[in-house]
Ligand binder design. Structure first.
Ligand SMILES: NC(=O)C1=CN([C@@H]2O[C@H](COP(=O)(O)OP(=O)(O)OC[C@H]3O[C@@H](n4cnc5c(N)ncnc54)[C@H](O)[C@@H]3O)[C@@H](O)[C@H]2O)C=CC1
Ligand SMILES: O=C(CO)COP(=O)(O)O
Length: 316
């Protein structure tokens, strides 16, 4: 049995994929009305057209997840620390963080947040290029499961299905940073496309963004090949090129000068956190720093482009 805490787009999509493959899933949403609606309709508002398979059981009590083979944490990154603090009962289970981001208060990634909360079982991070809508439809998806404990292989088999192919890595720092930092670059790519700056500019941004993701990750102990994998480059490609991405769409809206739709946009907080991490380590992250200034309304897009283009010329 697998427990999933958080019944937004991603948690529900994973529940659908796992149950379709024969797993028993306990899905918990924090909102009682949302739980009741899902139970009655066997559907989820964030996944239109998808029917919840029989194997998905909507649970009212989050502590019911504690006896699962693994508990997936499928909530925004900034909510994870508070959720774990208020739910000590699940800390004995193996935990798999599905959030992509950096905690703004502690500047920790999901693995460190779980450890500091007192997680006693395995602590893994599930990341990589995967839109919830694709997963829920059973489209083929490859993900990275990062775990440096001896339970990694067990978790990999528990969470892989006919349509979800999980690759394993013990580079937890690299995998979680890849998943977090790509969202910032996706906002930048959306800004460029929204402002009509062209495909060439986007390609430049993705490449230079990837370079600075690698610099920060290396300074924190990540391996370069992890960033070149699904959790870094793979997710960067997906998120910087698809309007399905909320981070990319958020950037597009800003680039077009219109209000961005309300949604979970992890790259906004991650940009602010990454700037602080980079400053503390003396790492140059011009694209990320510019995204932080743009989302903080400290600079307009025209000045941002001029500033980035007039940086001193250097070697690639
Ligand atoms: N939607 C997608 O395609 C993918 C999302 N992710 C990641 O999964 C995480 C969650 O994203 P989505 O499910 O898409 O967001 P969402 O906005 O669809 O759902 C978030 C869910 O978290 C719940 N939540 C918020 N605060 C909470 C709290 N304090 N305690 C418990 N639950 C809380 C909300 O009620 C909501 O059900 C994010 O970090 C995202 O980057 C990762 C891969 C794909
Ligand atoms: O992480 C994702 C795809 O891998 C989802 O991207 P968005 O959060 O930008 O929608």
């Amino acid at each position: 049995m697998i427990g999933i805490a958080g019944a937004g787009a991603f948690g529900t999509a994973l529940a659908v994929a796992l149950a379709t493959d024969g797993r028993q899933v306990r899905l918990w949403a924090r909102d009682a009305a949302a739980r009741e609606a899902m139970r009655l309709s066997r559907s989820a508002p964030k996944l239109p057209g998808i029917i919840l398979p029989e194997g998905v059981e909507i649970r009212d009590n989050v502590t019911d997840l504690a006896e699962s083979g693994a508990v997936l944490l499928a909530m925004p990154m900034q909510a994870m620390r508070g959720f774990l603090a208020s739910t000590p009962e699940i800390l004995s289970a193996d935990l798999v963080a599905c959030s992509k981001g950096i905690d703004l208060t502690t500047l920790q990634g999901p693995a460190e947040v779980m450890a500091e909360a007192g997680a006693k079982g395995a602590r893994a991070v599930l990341t990589g290029p995967s839109f919830a809508a694709d997963i829920a439809r059973g489209l083929p998806t490859a993900l990275t499961l990062a775990c440096d404990g001896e339970r990694a292989e067990t978790q990999q088999h528990l969470l892989s299905t006919a349509s979800l192919r999980l690759y394993r890595t013990d580079d937890v720092v690299g995998a979680q940073l890849g998943g977090a930092l790509k969202n910032v670059i996706a906002i930048a790519a959306g800004l460029v496309m929204g402002a009509g700056l062209g495909d060439s500019a986007r390609a430049a941004l993705i490449t230079r963004g990837y370079a600075e993701m690698g610099r920060l990750a290396a300074s924190l102990g990540a391996r370069p090949e992890t960033l070149a994998g699904l959790s870094g480059l793979g997710d960067l490609i997906l998120t910087c090129t698809s309007a399905q991405s909320r981070n990319f769409s958020h950037g597009m809206a800003l680039g077009q000068g219109r209000a961005a739709p309300v949604a979970t946009v992890e790259g906004v907080a991650t940009a602010r956190a990454a700037v602080r991490l980079a400053e503390a380590r003396g790492v140059d992250m011009p694209v990320t720093a510019m995204v932080a200034r743009l989302v903080n309304h400290e600079i307009n897009l025209g000045d941002a482009v001029r500033e980035l283009m007039s940086r001193p010329l250097k070697q690639e």
